[in-house]
Write a protein that binds this ligand. Structure first.
Ligand SMILES: Nc1ncnc2c1ncn2[C@@H]1O[C@H](COP(=O)(O)OP(=O)(O)OP(=O)(O)O)[C@@H](O)[C@H]1O
Length: 238
């Protein structure tokens, strides 16, 4: 069964006729130039945007049939930029991920530890750095336990260690059947995922295994870059 299906989804002026079927337990990279529609696709898939056409299903169920509280248990969305109007504590924001589970706090302390947030737990979120805020949003998404995780540029503000830890976490989530869809600009990271979706001009240009999709020809056409495999700096967690 597919975890996420989009059928002919359009969002006026932002996304045109996107059809996609993403399996359960997969790491999916969403790549494409600025303005190609990645954030829009993620928001439409999360049921957060009015669509001008098409339908979105999570598993077998159309999104509009999923009750609001159930949505928060089934899907977690991490925005590209986390902005906070109020100075809730880091711990309180992570706890919000358990709202649809009766505020039971399951996994909150573990997520704070996992994202290196214990030392910041009582700090107001609106006084954190961009990368720290990003980690708070990812921790909140993690504690939902949702089997569909949609992360919009989760690595953009993170330092190398925290970035690698997020990728390791995504891999662990995949092992327990979660589908993680992340937009990203680093094609070298996209190359390591299970599936890649390439957007161009607000449409899907290609979908498939990275080795088959991210060819020099396609990268030249879509991004205007010359790509070749070769020696490069490799970073691993130590
Ligand atoms: N709130 C909005 N209202 C109207 N148009 C929008 C809105 N947000 C984005 N757009 C437009 O929709 C298109 C797709 O934007 P989107 O943010 O989905 O791209 P993206 O691939 O995520 O870009 P980036 O890599 O720069 O984050 C762009 O043409 C953009 O200008």
């Amino acid at each position: 069964m597919n975890a996420l299906t989009l059928k002919n989804v359009s969002v006026a002026g932002r996304l045109t006729d996107v059809s996609l079927e993403l399996p359960g337990g997969a790491l999916v990279g969403l790549v494409g130039p600025n303005g190609s529609g990645k954030s829009t696709l993620l928001q439409a898939a999360a049921g957060l945007l009015p669509m001008s056409a098409g339908e979105v299903s999570w598993g077998e169920v159309k999104v509009e049939k999923v009750a609001i509280m159930e949505r928060a248990r089934r899907l977690a969305w991490v925005p590209q930029e986390a902005r906070f109007e109020f100075g809730f504590s880091v711990r309180a924001v992570v706890q919000q991920g358990r709202y649809a589970h009766g505020d039971d706090d399951t996994g909150v302390e573990a997520a704070l530890t996992r994202f290196d947030l214990m030392g910041l737990a009582e700090r107001p979120v609106n006084q954190l750095s961009g990368g720290e805020r990003q980690r708070v949003m990812l921790a909140r998404a993690l504690v939902t336990g949702a089997k569909l995780q949609l992360w919009d540029e989760p690595l953009a503000s993170l330092d190398p260690r925290h970035g690698l830890e997020v990728l390791m976490l995504a891999n662990e989530l995949k092992e327990v059947g979660t589908t993680v869809v992340m937009s990203l600009h680093d094609l070298r990271v996209a190359h390591c995922l299970d599936l890649v979706v390439v957007l161009s001009g607000r449409k899907v240009r290609a979908v498939g295994k990275p080795r088959e999709v991210l060819t020099p020809e396609l990268l030249r056409e879509v991004f205007g870059v010359t790509a070749r495999m070769g020696e490069t700096l490799i970073l691993e967690l130590s």
